[in-house]
Design a protein around this ligand. Structure first.
Ligand code: SF4
Length: 227
C-alpha cells in the first residue's frame, strides 16, 4: 500500500492523464517493439518511428534481421545514432531469438536480459506492453521525475526500479511509465521544466524550489550499454 504522500501524487497524475496506456513506439509484432526499443536508446521515439517505418517493410520477420548484412543494416538504422553497436546487438539478438526461442520474444525477465542489447529497461518495456505484466521501465524521464518528486533517492536505474516497486502499488506500475514519460516530455523537462504550470509542484523536492526560481535545472541522462 502506498504512503499518503505517494497516493496523493498518483491521484494527481491520474486526474491529469487518466488510466489509458499507450506506447510511444510504433510496432505490430513483439519483435518489432524489441528492435524499436533497442534503437530508442539515446534517440527520440519520433525518430525511431521514422526509421522503423521503412525498416519493418524491408525486414519482414525476425529471421530477415538475423540474416541481414551488418554494413547494410548499419546504414538502415544510421539515423538512430550509435548505429555500429545497435546494428551489432540487434542482429545478434535476432539470431539468438531465432536459434534459441523459435523466433518468439520471451516474457521472462532473465531470458529477455540474456539477449544482446537488452537490459532491464528494454525487458520491462516488452513485459508491460506485450505481455501486460506489471513492470516499471526506468528511462531518463522516470528517473528524473521519481527523483524530483522524492519517490527515490537512488541514482542507479535498477535500484530506482526496485524502490518504486516497493513504494508504488502494483496496479500503477504500467501507468506510471506512461504518466512520468508524458509529464517529463511536456512539463517536467530535464533542462527547462515548466514549474509555473506544474500540478505536482507542492510535492517537488528539487533543491532551490524551481517554482521560485527561473534558473534552468541541469541534469544529464547517463549512457549505458544495455538499455
Ligand atoms: S515543480 Fe518543476 S521540477 Fe518540480 S516536478 Fe514540477 S515541473 Fe518538475
Amino acid at each position: 500500500m502506498a504512503s499518503k504522500r505517494t497516493q496523493e501524487i498518483l491521484d494527481i497524475f491520474e486526474k491529469m492523464y487518466g488510466r489509458q496506456t499507450r506506447c510511444y513506439l510504433n510496432y505490430e509484432e513483439p519483435w518489432q517493439l524489441l528492435v524499436a526499443t533497442i534503437l530508442s536508446a539515446q534517440c527520440t521515439d519520433a525518430r525511431v518511428n521514422i526509421i522503423t517505418k521503412d525498416l519493418f517493410v524491408k525486414y519482414k520477420t525476425i529471421a530477415d534481421i538475423a540474416g541481414a548484412d551488418i554494413s547494410e543494416f548499419e546504414q538502415d538504422i544510421k539515423q538512430a545514432g550509435f548505429y555500429h553497436s545497435k546494428a551489432k546487438n540487434i542482429i545478434a539478438c535476432a539470431k539468438m531469438l531465432t536459434r534459441e526461442f523459435g523466433g518468439e520474444v520471451p516474457s521472462d525477465i532473465d531470458e529477455l536480459t540474456q539477449l544482446p542489447g537488452v537490459g532491464r529497461k528494454t525487458a520491462n518495456v516488452i513485459r508491460g506492453n506485450i505481455y501486460g505484466i506489471d513492470s516499471i521501465v526506468v528511462d531518463t524521464h522516470v528517473k528524473r521525475i521519481s527523483k524530483r518528486l522524492g519517490l527515490t533517492g537512488e541514482d542507479d536505474p535498477e535500484k530506482i526500479e526496485f524502490e518504486l516497486m516497493k513504494r508504488v502499488p502494483k496496479d500503477y506500475w504500467i501507468l506510471i511509465n506512461m504518466w512520468f514519460i508524458t509529464f517529463g516530455r511536456t512539463v517536467c523537462k530535464a533542462q527547462s521544466p515548466k514549474c509555473q504550470e506544474c500540478q505536482l509542484a507542492g510535492y517537488c523536492r528539487e533543491q532551490d524550489h524551481p517554482r521560485k526560481s527561473s534558473r534552468k535545472i541541469q541534469q544529464k541522462a547517463p549512457r549505458s550499454r544495455k538499455a
